[in-house]
Each structure stands twice: as C-alpha cells, then as structure tokens.
Design a protein around this ligand. Structure first.
Ligand SMILES: *[C@@H]1O[C@H](CO)[C@@H](O)[C@H](O)[C@H]1NC(C)=O
Ligand SMILES: *[C@@H]1O[C@H](CO)[C@@H](O)[C@H](O)[C@H]1NC(C)=O
Ligand SMILES: *[C@@H]1O[C@H](CO)[C@@H](O)[C@H](O)[C@H]1NC(C)=O
Ligand SMILES: *[C@@H]1O[C@H](CO)[C@@H](O)[C@H](O)[C@H]1NC(C)=O
Ligand SMILES: *[C@@H]1O[C@H](CO)[C@@H](O)[C@H](O)[C@H]1NC(C)=O
Ligand SMILES: *[C@@H]1O[C@H](CO)[C@@H](O)[C@H](O)[C@H]1NC(C)=O
Ligand SMILES: *[C@@H]1O[C@H](CO)[C@@H](O)[C@H](O)[C@H]1NC(C)=O
Ligand SMILES: *[C@@H]1O[C@H](CO)[C@@H](O)[C@H](O)[C@H]1NC(C)=O
Ligand SMILES: CC(=O)N[C@H]1CO[C@H](CO)[C@@H](O)[C@@H]1O
Length: 818
C-alpha cells in the first residue's frame, strides 16, 4: 500500500512538472512562447502578513512573475548559522507566490547589490582567512559562494519549488551586474564568469539561468539587461531571448537626498518600447520596494524607506496612477502575446523619430506606433487612418486598427495619500535612561588592543558602532603643547563622535551619498598627564556597489592627529600607531540587534531630557484603530534606531535634511530620457521622518516603542498616524470611463473640482480650459459619486454636451475628497 501511495505522489509530481525552455524569441512554458511581466518584491522588505496582499495586487495589476533576490547576509549572519524565520522565510514567500498561481524568478546572486547592506555579502566572508577580494577566482570565496547558492537551490528542490518539479520558479540568476565592473578584476574576471556559469549549471535546477548585465555570459546562461531603458539591447546569443531584468520604476533615496519621481508616462513608454522592439520578459525593479528594517540598508547612507516610487508604495498601497496605467498596458500586451512572440515583424522608420512596428501571424495583426521625439507631437498615417501620437510616447493597436493604449495618455486616477492621527490619541508618556558609556569614554576599556587603526569591517558588522580608544601622555614640555591644540581625524565613514577625557567634543559625517571621506577637526583642551581619547564610528550601511566595493575602507581610517601651534609653527603628533583599544557595539544592544535593557529597573520618568546624546527613550501606546497602515512620525529626533515591541523598524535620522537643490514644484515633464535627478521633490525637509510600523508588529492592547537616540533629540512631537487616500483625482480622455475610488471601505465625501474639455493643470491645481463643458460637470459628478466608495463616469459628449475644442485633446477631470 505504501508503495502505491508513493507511486501516486511520484506520478503527480511528474504530471505537474512545467517545462521551461527558451529560444531566441521568448521563454517557453510547456512549449508555448510567453510574454512575461515580472515585478520585484523583496521578501525581507515587508512581512509575511503583507505578502499575500502584495502578491495579489501584483497579479491584479497584470504581473505574471514575482522576482526576488536571496539575501545571503540575512540568512547566514554567522557562518553556517542560518536564519529563515519571519520575513526571511523564503520558502513561505515562494509558496505564497505559488498559491496565487504566479511564477517566481529567484535571483540568487548571491551578490545582490539592491541597496542592501554590503550588497548581500556577510561581513564574516570578507574577514575569512585567504579572502583578498570577493567576486573573483579566489577559492575560499568561490567555495563559500557555491555553498550558499547550493544551499538555496537544495532548499527549493526539497520543497519542489522549481517549475521542473511542479513549482513556481521558472528562472534563476547567478552573479549580478558583474559585466558593469568586471574590467577592474583583470584577467581573472572571465574565468570567474565561466566558473559561475558552470557552477550554476551543475546544480541542475531544470529551468534556465540568467546573468544580467553580462555581455560575455557563456551558454546556456541568458544575458539580460538592467536600466531605465532597454529597447536597444540585444542578447549575446541568437538562442537567448531579449529580457529586461531591472526596469527601474523609480529610484532609491539617500540620507540628505530628495525624493526621486519617475512618471507613469515615461515608465510605460520605456516598457512599451521594449516590447515593440522584440522584448518578451520585463521585470519592474521594484514593483514593491518596502522597508529596510533592522540594519539592512546598504550604503553608505541608504535610507530606511525603500519605497522606490514603485507601483505599490512602501505600505503596500497602490501608487496611482502608476499602478493602474501599467495594469492597462499589461492587459494590452497580454492580449497580443501570440502575435508578439510568434508573429513576423516589420519595422518602418517614418522619419522625425517616428517608427511603426507591425507583428503579423496568419490570422492576426498588431502594431506599435512610437514617437521618440522629445518635443514634437505627431500625427501618424498608418493603413489609411490617422493616429495622434504625442511626443515621447507609444500607441498600441492590438488589431492594427484601433488605438487601445497610448503611454502618454493616462486614464487612471491619481491618489494623494494623507497621514492622520486619531483625535483622541493620548500624548505619549516617556521614560528614559542613558546608555552607559563610562567604560569607553572614561575608562577606555575595550575588548581588543592593537597598535594601529582598524577597518570597521573587522568587527563583523555585529553593530553600527565601533569604539576606538587610546590614551595620550602629554605635558607642558611636549612640542605640541599650546593653548591652541586641535584634534584631527580622517574618516571613511560614516558618522564620527569624539570624546576627550569623558567629555563630548563633537561629531561629523560625510554630507553626501557616494562620498565617504571626511575630516573631523576641533579645538581640544588636554591636561598634563594621561588623556583619554575615544572615537565612536557609526556605520549607516556598508557599501553595496562598485568595483571591489567590498574592500572600501570604513571607520576611522586615519590619520588621527593632535595638532599644536607655536606661533606660526604647526606641530603634529600622529596617534595612528598608538596602542588602540576596540569595542564593538553598545552595552544595551546584543549582536543580533536585540534590546537588552527593555525591562531594566533604571528607566526614569522625571527630567525627560532633550538633545541628550546616547539616550534611550521608551513609551507605550495603543495601536491606531482600523486596518490602515501605520506610520511613526519621528519629527524632532536626531539620529538613531527604533523598535516596536522589540522588532526593529530601522535606523531613523529625521534631522538629516534633503539638501538637494534640484527640486521642482512644477509638474514633471515626462518627455525625454529619465535620469534619477530629473524630477525630485521634497527638498529642504527631513529626508525621512515617517517610519513604517507593519500592522503585524502591533498588538491589540499596549504596545511598546523604544528609541535609541544617538545625536540628541526631542520626543515631544513623536506620534503614530495612519496612511490612507485623502484625495483622488480622476482623469480620462474622451470616450473613456473615469473611475474614482477611496479604497479601504471609505466613501467619497465631496467633489472639489470637475470639468470636461481642455482642462489645465494637474491633481490639486486643476483649472477649466478655454474650451469646457456645457452642462454642470461638478453637479453631475457629485450626484454620481458622493457617498459612494467608488464611481465611474463616461467622458461622453452626450453627458457633458458637445463642444468643439479645435483639435485639442479633451479630458474629463475631477478632484474628490475621501
Ligand atoms: C557547506 O559547507 C558545510 C561545511 O562548512 C558542509 O557541511 C555543507 O555540506 C556545505 N553545503 C553545501 C550545499 O555544499
Ligand atoms: C523632433 O521634431 C522636430 C520638429 O518636427 C524636428 O525639428 C526634430 O528634428 C525632431 N528630432 C528628432 C531627434 O527627430
Ligand atoms: C512570415 O515570414 C515567413 C518567412 O519570410 C513567410 O514564409 C510567412 O509566410 C510569413 N507569415 C506571415 C503571416 O506573413
Ligand atoms: C586626510 O583627509 C584630507 C581631506 O580629505 C586629505 O587631504 C588628506 O590627504 C588625508 N590624509 C591622509 C593621510 O589620508
Ligand atoms: C519585558 O517584560 C514584559 C512583561 O513582563 C515581557 O513580556 C517581555 O518579554 C520582557 N522583555 C524582555 C526583552 O525581557
Ligand atoms: C542636480 O542635478 C544635476 C544634473 O543631474 C546634478 O549634476 C547635480 O549633482 C544635482 N544637484 C544636487 C544638489 O543633487
Ligand atoms: C521640544 O519640542 C517642542 C515641540 O516642538 C517644543 O515646544 C519644546 O520647546 C521643545 N523642547 C526643547 C527643550 O527644546
Ligand atoms: C469618441 O466617440 C465619438 C462618437 O462615437 C467619436 O465621434 C469620436 O471620434 C471619439 N473620440 C475619440 C478620441 O476616440
Ligand atoms: C545597470 C544599467 O543599465 N545602468 C544604466 C541605467 O540607465 C541609466 C540611464 O539610462 C544609465 O546611465 C545606466 O548606466
């Protein structure tokens, strides 16, 4: 009997197996060429409780494949000690994708970049004996890389998660964007790429492997493209289909930086162009960006939010109109799947940057009309009909006759989200305690002593903090002794605090992402005899990208000097090779970033300090009612780390103001090539003052918030709010149906503006055009929408009256309050 049951299981596994191959045109699944829309969702950047909703929303948005990296340093924080719990439960994540009948694309790397701490490499790897640099033909490194890659592959196999076993994984990736940096690794690079390919191939996963940004990827690896545009990309082998593994939906944000914004029109344009020119798999990086919880943010200086201006925002809400505009594009592209993957292609250049691409099969015809001219709208004549194709846009005619979609004509509503505090929310009552730092700043007591300055990476990244301590003997006869002595410290990142004889002297940090070197210099009072000099270096994410990024120095790189002045003469005492004592971390956080002091008895409620460095704050609060996502407003604080019920919600740094001067309050012009400083917003305010607290971190009753304040801050403005749609602006062109909705069961309470015609402005600043409706649009829409959760109105002259706008595009627009 047992044999019989086993046989059945075995047979059903074989029957469920999905055959994934590819030819020069496309990925084939069970013999059918497929047009695949993929979206990146990184499992550690949300919670298992959020995954089903995120994945369902992606599926509803026309996404077929969920892509993720595997994050080595998160899974193997200490060598051969693994963590796959909570939001690191990769198996559960892939199974959730399977539960939604979607495919998975597992990019193992294990170098992942991803604005993730140290690009996903564990620091212990860097510190292993025999490792010089990573990502080259170094056998110690290669053994470890193979060990982790094989571990992940074996886990997937054990749970039958590869398509060849009936699972959802149809593609996998080894290495990552190595082609961008490989020249720096000399001759070894080519050998390394070949080894990666062989190693991956030897794992027999039964589905194709890819190598992105790798022109010399050996067969059977498929090389693919990453970037803002990939229409001009050609794979390196006639048998490799054209695939875009990272189509950047927006951009990441750095401390001190402003908010990047990539318009829906431009993102849709880039995607449509890619499919027009023969692309068959497109992955949005990111589809949901999420949050860098804990100490996972890369760097230096990647912020805690990883929103990325993605179609689903950090909290998992729709980012409208981007989500909806792409959803419509995906529906059109999917309707043309057979044509685009099997049809004969003909491309006609019509001049002036206009081109027509026709896909034909025996019984079908589909067509793209593109206008890549940045300034000039076009009227294109195609098979006897005229089509208006605005500048920098693509029109899609799935039957070669009817324009169903144009990338620049956005017919999706725009959501403006608002944060709200509960009216009856009580003011938070705080207790506090100092971090005890006497052992380091007064006594200079460390765990290790060496006669040089060390790279912070030596401490294995068990904490943001590394203490550097030395004692300097000095007297009045010393050549540097004077009234004007200064302490000067050369650093490579990222934040430095200095203490002399127990007193705080000052701090310094590099002011811009990308620059890591800075110099601290401050006047110092020394006393005759021994002086205790203590330097505290704090990382804000280790470097994650660049050639040999793994060996870039961190911490106090030196020199550390005392500079004395005698008249015009400067005398320097170099302390760099003094006896230095080291200690990693704070006394109240363990090496897993867990709090040790939550229940200690020394919390006090009196004399709540403000602007006090190295201070712990604790409070209790009730979770905001309802199911809307929760955000913690940390305005008034300096820099530090926050925990809710013992779970880290990440580093915070609201005192870091976006210094960028490129902000524009004007609507962003989608036309022309996008670059990440093109349309930035929110200059002159804190880079990030809102921090996502996932609902699953919260209990029904009392909850506990703990802050470690490093710089000094003021807790009086700290509060919890919920995030919801506050206003929505419907916008559709003639003959389309305008839909507006408030989501989450909320109803439309008022309509502030409505007009049909040549409407000016954008959401929040609409104005009637010269040519506008005859009938009262505001009254019509109020009647249809107020009191409803959502409503739909056709932009039809029968409703609003016939008007002649002399060839100008007519649209129906409304601004609703939720
Ligand atoms: C990884 O290395 C350990 C020894 O450190 C070994 O026991 C294990 O089998 C290796 N795993 C794989 C998948 O190669
Ligand atoms: C864009 O259109 C303008 C006006 O028709 C024309 O002068 C210009 O050459 C075009 N640019 C390109 C790159 O085609
Ligand atoms: C596609 O091209 C091939 C080769 O040129 C030709 O034999 C076939 O008839 C074409 N099919 C259609 C539908 O045009
Ligand atoms: C210290 O930093 C300054 C400023 O960046 C630089 O000019 C100097 O060369 C550095 N000194 C050393 C020894 O690196
Ligand atoms: C602190 O005390 C509470 C209540 O007794 C308990 O639930 C919690 O686990 C304790 N936390 C720690 C870190 O010990
Ligand atoms: C503003 O944008 C320009 C062009 O992209 C860039 O070179 C410059 O660094 C930006 N300025 C700031 C302050 O970011
Ligand atoms: C703390 O912030 C509150 C609100 O901005 C302010 O009223 C108060 O004066 C601040 N306290 C100190 C000591 O700065
Ligand atoms: C909208 O529909 C009307 C009536 O069918 C038609 O005359 C008009 O050309 C349509 N406009 C557009 C932009 O499709
Ligand atoms: C990795 C990659 O392809 N990067 C490219 C992304 O696109 C920008 C702008 O088009 C290029 O500058 C990058 O080189």
């Amino acid at each position: 009997m047992a044999c019989f049951v086993l046989l059945l299981v075995f047979l059903s596994a074989i029957c469920n197996a999905t055959k994934v191959y590819h030819d020069g045109r496309a990925i084939t699944i069970d013999g059918q060429r497929r047009l695949l829309i993929s979206g990146s969702i990184h499992y550690p950047r949300s919670t298992p409780q959020m995954w089903p909703d995120l994945i369902k929303k992606a599926k509803d948005g026309g996404v077929d494949v969920i892509e993720t990296y595997a994050f080595w340093n998160a899974h193997e924080p200490f060598r051969r000690r693994y963590d796959f719990s909570g939001n690191l439960d990769l198996i559960r994540f892939i199974k959730t994708i399977q539960d939604h009948d979607m495919y998975a694309f597992l990019r193992i790397g294990p170098y992942v970049c991803a604005e993730w701490n140290y690009g996903g490499f564990p620091l212990w790897l860097h510190n292993m004996r025999g490792i010089d640099i990573l990502r080259t033909t170094n056998t110690v490194y290669m053994n470890e890389m193979q060990n982790f890659t094989a571990l992940i592959v074996n886990m997937m196999k054990q749970h039958n998660l590869f398509a060849s076993q009936g699972g959802p994984i149809i593609l996998s990736q080894v290495e990552n964007e190595y082609g961008n940096v490989m020249t720096s690794y000399g001759d070894a690079a080519k050998e390394y790429v070949e080894w990666c390919a062989k190693m991956a191939d030897s794992l027999h996963i039964g589905v194709p492997w890819i190598m992105c940004q790798q022109d010399n990827a050996p067969q059977p690896m498929i090389n693919t493209c990453n970037g803002f545009y990939c229409d001009q990309f050609t794979p390196n082998h006639p048998k490799s289909p054209k695939m875009w593994t990272e189509n950047w939906t927006g951009w990441f944000k750095t401390w001190g930086g402003s908010d990047p914004l990539r318009t829906s029109e431009d993102l849709a344009f880039a995607t449509a162009r890619f499919f027009q020119l023969g692309g068959t798999l497109n992955n949005y990086y990111m589809y949901h960006g999420g949050t860098n919880f804990g100490r996972t943010a890369g760097g230096p200086y990647i912020i805690t939010s990883y929103d990325y201006d993605a179609p689903l925002d950090e909290y998992g809400n729709f980012n409208q109109p981007k989500y909806g505009h792409l959803k419509e594009l995906h529906a059109v592209l999917h309707s043309m799947e057979k044509l685009l993957t099997n049809g004969n292609v003909s491309n006609t250049d019509m001049g002036n940057s206009i081109s027509v691409t026709v896909y034909k099969t025996g019984d079908g015809c589909g067509c793209f009309l593109s206008n890549t001219n940045i300034t000039s709208d076009a009227r294109v004549s195609f098979e006897g009909a005229l089509y208006d194709v605005p500048a920098w846009s693509v029109s899609i005619l799935p039957d070669c006759k009817r324009e169903v979609y144009n990338t620049a004509k956005v017919n999706t509503e725009t959501w403006v989200k608002e944060k709200k505090a509960e009216k009856e929310a009580e003011a938070l009552k705080w207790v506090w305690r100092p971090e005890n730092i006497d052992d380091t700043v007064v006594k200079g007591k460390g765990e290790k002593t060496v006669c040089k300055l060390i790279d912070q990476k030596v401490a294995n990244d068990v904490s943001d903090y590394l203490w550097y301590m030395t004692r300097v003997k000095i007297d009045e006869h010393d050549p540097i002794w004077s009234d004007d002595m200064r302490l000067r410290v050369n650093c490579t990142g990222q934040v430095l605090h200095t203490f002399v004889n127990g007193d705080y002297l000052g701090k310094q940090y590099a002011t811009k992402y990308g620059t890591v070197n800075y110099v601290f210099e401050r006047k110092v009072k020394l006393k005759p005899g021994f002086n205790q000099i203590t330097l505290l270096s704090a990382t804000v994410g280790f470097q994650h990208y660049g050639a040999k990024f793994d060996v870039i120095e961190n911490g106090v790189s030196g020199p550390v000097e005392i500079i004395g002045r005698k008249g015009n003469q400067r005398v320097i005492k170099d302390l760099s090779s003094h006896k230095w004592s080291y200690k990693a971390g704070l006394n109240s956080i363990d090496r897993y970033n867990k709090l040790l002091n939550v229940n200690s008895s020394d919390w006090q409620s009196n004399k709540l300090p403000t602007q006090r460095k190295m201070t712990w704050y604790k409070t209790t609060f009730k979770a905001p009612l309802g199911t809307d996502p929760v955000s913690l407003d940390l305005e008034g604080l300096g820099k530090g780390h926050a925990w809710v019920n013992g779970k880290s919600i990440g580093r915070y740094w609201p005192s870091n103001i976006a210094r960028d001067s490129n902000c524009t309050e004007k609507a962003c012009d989608y036309r022309g090539k996008y670059y990440f400083t093109k349309c930035v917003r929110h200059c002159g305010i804190p880079t990030q003052k809102w921090y996502h607290v996932p609902r699953s971190f919260l209990a029904d009753g009392e909850n506990e918030l703990v802050l470690f304040e490093e710089f000094g801050g003021n807790t009086s403005l700290v509060n919890f709010q919920t995030v919801a749609v506050g206003r929505t602006c419907g916008n559709v062109y003639e003959n389309k149906t305008m839909e507006i909705s408030c989501s989450q069961g909320r109803t439309i309470s008022d309509i502030r503006f409505a007009s049909y015609g040549d409407v000016r402005g954008t959401c929040g600043s609409f104005q009637k055009g010269n040519c506008h409706e005859k009938n009262n649009a505001l009254a019509i829409i109020k009647k249809k929408c107020v009191g409803k959760e959502k409503c739909a109105v056709l932009a039809d002259e029968a409703v609003f009256g016939s008007i002649n706008c002399q060839g100008l595009k007519k649209r129906l627009v409304a601004e609703a309050v939720c």
